[in-house]
Design a protein around this ligand. Structure first.
Ligand code: SF4
Length: 431
């Protein structure tokens, strides 16, 4: 069924009880009370503002000062959701307009003003623009595509929790994202029915499940975007998880520092650093995202001792060439983010226009390995349909064998032999 753009007045969303829009929603998970609720206007921490974003603010939000712009709640409240708002900022093509008008249901349009400032107003093929503005390809269903290609729903013992690998679980704490990526693996659920976080009852059930399964040593918070929750709610969830003795390791998967770097406030960082070991996987797509704002947000997280890894989806016409990917991974190292995974795009319904061949991904990895710092080379994986998990895919540097020699090729196609007897030697004899 075609998706139709949900045109929602953000102020109306904010006022509905139980919605997750963190701009205004009160704490929904009962008696949290870990942090005093501020009674005065919150202090808005300063964040660097790049000239490009500042020019955009002055042009399209002349009433908003830098204080507003740097306030993540303002960024949420001011998200671009409608075709009328897009029309003000971009020259929409007929195809984009038609796709937006056809949209129904989940994965609505949502773009923060900050991220909108990075879009090319004239060029519909610009990489970042393609990732957030729908095109008609979203409505074409191709062979092998599915709404839930990873079979997450089938591995969900309680609502909001996916238990696919023995020792770790995925806890989906919200279906809200401040920016909706058109290739989202969870397109079936993100942004649907009022954009809200997991219900308190379901969250309690999920936490009880984790507490009752001592094999679970690693919990990944995901969604939607966990950092779209307000500080109090996030702190409550982290506290509950940290209180479970067998949970050794907490991870947060987020795109917020990339699409809304204003979210990485000193207050948030103070909360996060209380729950070490806590790691973060940040969702980066393209080097155009590596702005001064994002660099500062990542520095705040890294300075708090949070190891940062990146997750990138390989996308046709967006980042599927070696120079773009090299620029991205090298730029990530500069802002202290270790490229972690490069994902083959999952076959979600309507994703054919984003999916490359697997060979292209292999070629990109071959173009990185040896040609740049080893830390910059992510692991290329296919998340196997139906819950098979991540399967690494890599170029083959073993070209054959001659007797006890392994024949290898290196990054610049040189040929090498490595002594590799078929049976292991009993030991070294002393001379
Ligand atoms: S940030 Fe992640 S969960 Fe949200 S729309 Fe993008 S890919 Fe989906």
């Amino acid at each position: 069924m075609p998706r139709v753009l949900t045109v929602v007045d953000p102020s109306a969303v904010d006022q509905r009880p139980g919605t997750a829009d963190p701009a205004k929603t009160p704490v929904a998970h009962g008696p949290v009370n870990l942090t005093p609720v501020p009674t005065t206007k919150p202090t808005i921490p300063r964040l660097v503002v790049s000239p490009r974003s500042d020019a955009f603010r002055r042009r399209f939000y002349p009433q908003a000062g830098l204080r507003d712009w740097n306030d993540w709640r303002w960024q949420n409240r001011s998200r671009i959701r409608t075709i009328a708002e897009l029309d003000r900022m971009l020259s929409l093509t007929d195809e984009e307009r038609q796709a937006i008008e056809m949209h129904r249901g989940a994965l609505p349009i949502g773009v923060t003003p900050y991220y909108a400032s990075l879009l090319d107003p004239e060029n519909a093929t610009q990489s970042l623009r393609r990732t957030v503005i729908p095109v008609m390809g979203e409505y074409l269903r191709s062979r092998g595509e599915a709404d839930d290609p990873l079979g997450e729903d089938a591995h969900s013992p309680v609502p909001g929790l996916v238990h696919r690998y023995p020792d770790r679980v995925l806890l989906l704490v919200t279906n809200f994202c401040s920016v909706y990526c058109r290739y989202c693996t969870r397109a079936r659920m993100v942004g649907s029915v009022g954009e809200r976080s997991i219900r308190k009852h379901d969250l309690e059930q999920a936490i009880d499940y984790i507490a009752g399964n001592p094999v679970i040593r690693d919990v990944l918070l995901s969604g939607g975007d966990p950092l779209s929750l307000d500080d109090e709610r996030l702190e409550w969830i982290l506290s509950r998880l940290r209180a479970i003795p067998h949970v050794e390791f907490i991870r947060i998967g987020s795109k917020q520092p990339v699409v809304q770097p204003q979210r990485v406030t000193p207050a948030l960082v103070r909360i996060l650093k209380r729950f070490h070991p806590l790691w973060m996987s940040l969702h980066f797509t393209h080097p155009d995202e590596l702005t001064p704002e994002v660099a500062e947000a990542c520095a705040r997280l890294a300075d708090a001792g949070i190891p940062l890894g990146s997750q990138t989806v390989l996308l046709k016409g967006v980042n599927d060439d070696i120079p773009t990917m090299k620029s991205l991974v090298q730029g990530l190292l500069r802002i202290r983010v270790r490229p972690y995974y490069l994902y083959q795009c999952d076959p979600i319904s309507g994703s054919a226009h984003f999916r490359t061949t697997v060979q292209k991904g292999i070629d990109i990895i071959r173009g990185l390995r040896g040609h740049t710092t080893g830390y910059a080379v992510p692991t290329y994986v296919i998340d196997a349909p139906a819950g098979g998990g991540k399967i690494p895919v890599s170029p083959d540097y073993i070209v054959g064998r001659e007797g006890d020699d392994l024949l290898l090729t290196n990054y610049d196609n040189g040929s090498y032999r490595y002594p590799d007897p078929q049976t292991e030697a009993a030991g070294c004899e002393s001379a």
